[in-house]
Design a protein around this ligand. Structure first.
Ligand SMILES: *Cc1c(COP(=O)(O)O)cnc(C)c1O
Length: 396
């Protein structure tokens, strides 16, 4: 089959919910991807902030192959070996107590919402609790997660969504306060808004929300699905702020390509929320996915991934800031560590992304005509230089 055949057959049989770029990716090596025509791409998309360790990490690949030869799936009716270590490592990394593994980010959000509602139900015995979410947020596509996603276009055709959701302005503590009622059970937000255009939380906003949650016994849910796992130069973005959520949601990079997510609870929530019968999943935390998480966390530690991100961030930001200075079409930079956005003016960011692909660079967009850069965390200075060189040619 030719490249065109793969594309045509995919379009014939896969439901058209994505306008895909006309690239058929065939394999990866380090921070480079290769398509079926042999074209090489420097990857600053990482499968949407997933492939933190780059392609072909031998230790991860060997562990996954070994796990396939032992057992891939058991169900949650039994214990399995990788689950024990993955849960311990993830809970400790998050500074929280107990983990529930899911198969995706959106399912982690569903679990977090159910946990918060159950906590409030146990406390009050009532069922009409409210959740405060943020405008411009993204939490996933299943109905619960969509209900707390502050994007009207994503929501409209699928109403009615779950009730009792109020939307506040991100980085506006007054707006959050105004939405608190005696029914509020949870506040959910991304520590750094990703899809919405790369907006990091202001420190005063995040600590202000933590204080409000403490004062009113509201569950704080921080969505670290995109900004977590080392991307900001901290294991989880909230750790830079010194703010601990009651529930953290993670996914994307924790399996480095193996589909897995999780919601992680502190002691209080773990002891006063979900019990047997309340929640479940056939696959979640299966030995294959858990082995991925456990191994990824080992590699993060052994290869000092978080320190690497932190030490390369000033250079990355400086080079991006130069683009803002040198090109009138680049209006601003926003972000932290290796989650960065360039605000593009004067042309649709989608055109820029295609021109960059022609130059051999993969990037993605975010809301607000933003070029989003979420590379594998293992990029080196030379890859930043290569990316900047390619972007300069495309912008010039
Ligand atoms: C990607 C993402 C999700 C949804 O994760 P899926 O695995 O696509 O369901 C939720 N929240 C944030 C912040 C995300 O970036």
């Amino acid at each position: 089959m030719t490249t065109a055949d793969y594309i045509n057959q995919t379009e014939q049989y896969v439901l058209h919910t994505y306008n895909r770029f006309k690239i058929v990716l065939e394999h990866g090596d380090g921070v480079y991807l290769y398509d079926t025509d042999g074209k090489k791409y420097l990857d600053f998309a990482a499968g949407i902030a997933v492939y933190a360790l780059g392609y072909g990490n031998q230790k991860l690949n060997d562990a996954l192959k070994d796990q396939i030869d032992h057992i891939v799936h058991t169900s949650n009716l039994y214990y399995n070996i990788p689950l024990a270590s993955a849960a311990k490592k993830l809970a400790e990394a998050a500074g929280l107590s107990k983990v529930f593994f899911t198969n995706s980010g959106t399912e982690a959000i569903e679990g977090a919402i159910k946990t918060a509602r159950k906590y409030a139900w146990l406390r009050d015995g009532t069922t009409d609790h409210e959740i405060i979410a943020m405008k411009n947020s993204f939490h996933g596509r299943s109905l619960g997660a969509l209900s707390v996603t502050g994007n009207a276009a994503y929501q409209e055709p699928f109403k009615p969504l779950i009730g009792g959701v109020r939307f506040a302005e991100y980085n506006n503590l007054e707006s959050v306060k105004e939405n608190i009622t005696d029914k509020t059970c949870a506040i959910i937000l991304e520590t750094v808004q990703g899809e919405g255009g790369i907006y990091p939380a202001d420190p005063a906003f995040l600590s202000g929300i933590r204080a409000l949650c403490d004062e009113h016994d509201i569950v704080l849910i921080l969505d670290e699905i995109q900004c977590g796992m080392g991307r900001t130069g901290y294991m989880f973005a909230c750790q830079e702020y010194g703010v601990k959520p009651d529930i953290m949601t993670v996914a994307k990079a924790i399996g480095c390509g193996v589909p897995v997510g999780a919601f992680i609870l502190n002691d209080k929530l773990a002891e006063h929320s979900l019990v047997p019968g309340d929640h479940g999943t056939t696959y979640g935390g299966n030995p294959f996915a858990a082995r991925a998480v456990s191994t990824v966390l080992d590699i993060f530690e052994e290869e000092h991934i978080v320190d690497h991100v932190r030490s390369l961030t000033p250079y990355f930001e400086e080079q991006l800031d130069r683009l803002v200075k040198d090109f009138s079409g680049v209006k601003a930079r926003r972000g932290k560590g290796f989650i960065q956005g360039l605000v593009i003016e004067g042309r649709p960011v989608g055109d820029l992304i295609i021109d960059a692909q022609d130059e051999g660079l993969l990037t993605i967009s975010a809301e607000g005509n933003v070029l989003r850069l979420v590379p594998p965390l293992v990029i080196e200075k030379e890859h930043i230089d290569e990316m900047i060189g390619k972007l300069r040619r495309v912008l010039g």
